[in-house]
Write a new protein. Structure first.
Length: 447
């Protein structure tokens, strides 16, 4: 392969060319990493009933466990993921997999509320950093035309992993107990950590912007894998101002750049929309199995409802990613999330009327389709709004501050359920944030 003396077009080898097999492998691996995160985090939802019976926690303290996990995700996305703009996407992906794998494996030995809270918080830290980092890596290895599709495909890994959670739980928990779920999840995550170390490259965008030691050799190694021409030198850095995005070296400096005048409006609307949508999403992700059991159905039906909800989410995410290549992304997000809010009202009425299992599960499926499809489209918005120098920081802070809603949603629902509020009341209450979040998403005006 020839060596090109000029390197000014190195980034265009990703942005403007046909996607290669190696790029597809990178996106697929990012999806799988996110998938195992989805499994590890939502394993708590499908084992909550068994953990409650063994430890006698009660719905309010179970809600606290959910919230600690999601608080970890919030901080991991906002702070740990930001380090990938400083040390690299690959390093954070590997570190996140290691942290999640070890803490999930240790969760299998938890015997107290305190232990559960600490381990689920640490698992959440790793999961939050992972989600922002793999979304950024996928964006930076995707051609511009397919960037929204690739990012939404990667974020589909989380609900796809959650879909697996319900299926695996039905196989493992009756035979081996709830602890085996965490043994399985932790061991699988550690195996994926090794795969990431061997196969995942650093972002070419990052290497050209930061130019760490051996950057040229690492770029050329990746270009060979992409079957593209190698380069003789790295692109010249265009900006040497210490206050510029590419020169900002700490997390807080990076975060402040998101609120500069040209980004402030988009950043604040994005944060608010993610916060509102995720409040409802994680209410459902955390409490569907328990609430279905409270309606009088058995555990297998509860796990099936949870699996169906997440399967709908996976299909919805891919559907939105496909449609985004034809219609404005922010308008699609708005249509999906507002539809999900309306369907939650329909489910509330069906639950009040004691509808049969098939109808309830069908509505849960369509709620998952519209809600997860719309919500994860916001990650693609973030990847489009922010430049490469602050992309992980932008995606991470959107996810992280939005995750504050994920902390609130399950916790509030736990208190409501413990206080005797019905599933109908919960669904009516949590439909409202979706209406507002969908309206805000429409104002982003991102193609």
């Amino acid at each position: 392969m020839k060596i090109e003396p000029r390197a000014s077009n190195v980034i265009s080898t990703i942005d403007d060319h046909r996607i290669s097999t190696y790029q597809l492998l990178i996106v697929a691996l990012c999806l799988v990493f996110n998938m195992i995160d989805g499994f590890d985090i939502t394993a708590m939802a499908v084992t909550a009933h068994q953990i409650d019976e063994e430890m006698q926690l009660g719905a309010d303290r179970l809600g606290l466990v959910f919230s600690f996990s999601l608080a970890g995700m919030m901080l991991g996305a906002a702070f740990l993921a930001s380090f990938s703009d400083i040390v690299g996407r690959r390093s954070i992906v590997i570190a996140s997999l290691l942290l999640v794998g070890l803490t999930v494996l240790l969760t299998a030995n938890a015997t107290s509320l305190t232990g559960l809270l600490a381990l689920r918080f640490l698992s959440g830290l790793g999961a939050g950093a992972m989600l922002a980092s793999v979304a950024t890596l996928a964006a930076e290895y995707s051609p511009v035309k397919y960037r929204a599709l690739c990012v939404t495909a990667v974020t589909a890994g989380y609900p796809l992993g959650a879909t697996m959670t319900g299926l695996v739980a039905n196989q493992l928990v009756p035979e081996f107990g709830w602890r085996m779920m965490f043994v399985f999840g932790g061991a699988t995550t550690l195996a994926l950590c090794v795969i990431a170390y061997l196969l995942v490259p650093e972002s070419i965008h990052f290497l050209c912007q930061k130019q760490p030691a051996n950057a040229l050799a690492r770029v050329n190694k990746t270009l060979r894998r992409l079957s593209r021409d190698q380069i003789g030198k790295l692109p010249a850095l265009e900006n040497s101002d210490p206050s510029s995005p590419d020169q900002a070296q700490n997390v807080l400096q990076k975060a402040r750049l998101l609120l500069t005048p040209d980004l402030r409006r988009s950043t604040l609307i994005l944060w608010a929309s993610v916060f509102l949508c995720i409040t409802t999403l994680y209410f459902l992700m955390s409490w569907i199995p328990k609430m279905i059991i409270n309606l009088g159905h058995d555990e297998e039906i509860a796990n099936l409802a949870f699996t169906t909800h997440n399967l709908g989410g996976v299909i919805g995410i891919f559907c939105l990613g496909y449609l985004a290549s034809r219609w404005r992304l922010s308008s699609l997000i708005s249509a999906f999330t507002v539809s999900a809010a309306l369907l939650m009202l329909v489910f509330a009425g069906a639950a009040l009327a004691s509808a049969d299992q098939l109808l309830l599960i069908s509505i849960i499926f369509v709620i998952g389709f519209t809600l997860a499809g719309g919500y994860t489209g916001l990650y693609a918005v973030a990847a489009k709004v922010y430049a490469v120098e602050v992309r992980s920081t932008g995606v991470g802070w959107a996810i992280g501050l939005g995750r504050f809603g994920a902390v609130i949603g399950p916790g509030v629902a736990g208190l409501m359920i413990a206080s005797g509020y019905t599933i109908t009341t919960n669904f009516l209450l949590f439909a409202f944030p979706l209406f507002v979040g969908g309206a805000l998403a429409y104002r982003l005006k991102v193609d």
